[in-house]
Write a protein that binds this ligand. Structure first.
Ligand code: S3P
Length: 162
């Protein structure tokens, strides 16, 4: 069974869909941000505040090399994971696509507090604009998620991925 990676900007629901699709397809669910948090015993925000973004990105690269050795897993990635080397060697990338406005409206204060790169809306918007082409380029499958229920997205995935 091939690995499935869920990619896309913050707030697009990568963890929810990866977890549900893992269960539906008999794969093991892994969240790259959670693995990094466990490694440091700190939250992503704390890692950014204590060590800086650069260290977090190095950890993402380490996780990418580790994940590339596994088979039959469903991976929720962080929004910046698409910049790791050899992403395509890890597995089949599903891009959960939505507009910036839509994603922004989905994130409440508590969810924004967990995401240092979303603290300032204008910066987040610029980051979104700088990444959208890359998400599309790296994607093996694009799902437009706006106003779609989790159930309908899972049904679509079941049709498209074996
Ligand atoms: C980031 C997205 C976050 C997390 C970190 C950096 C990004 O994950 O990895 O805050 O660079 O877009 P989510 O996409 O799950 O919010």
């Amino acid at each position: 069974m091939k690995n499935i990676l869920f990619i896309g900007f913050m707030g697009c629901g990568k963890s929810t869909l990866a977890r549900d699709f893992a269960r539906e397809s008999g794969r093991v669910f892994i969240d790259s941000d959670t693995l990094i948090e466990m490694q440091f015993n700190l939250s992503v925000s704390e890692i950014f505040a204590t060590f800086g973004e650069e260290v977090f990105r190095q950890e993402e690269q380490k996780m990418a090399y580790f994940l590339a050795q596994l088979k039959g897993i469903c991976i929720a990635t962080g929004g910046g994971f698409i910049n790791v080397k050899d992403l395509d060697k890890i597995g089949f990338c599903v891009y959960l696509r939505a507009s910036f406005e839509y994603l922004k409206n989905r994130l409440n204060k508590e969810e924004i507090a967990k995401r240092p790169l979303f603290y300032e809306e204008e910066k987040a918007r610029n980051l979104y604009n700088s990444r959208i082409n890359l998400y599309e380029k790296k994607a093996n499958l694009i799902l437009d998620i706006e106003n779609q229920s989790v159930e309908s997205l899972i049904d679509e995935l079941k049709k498209r991925i074996k």
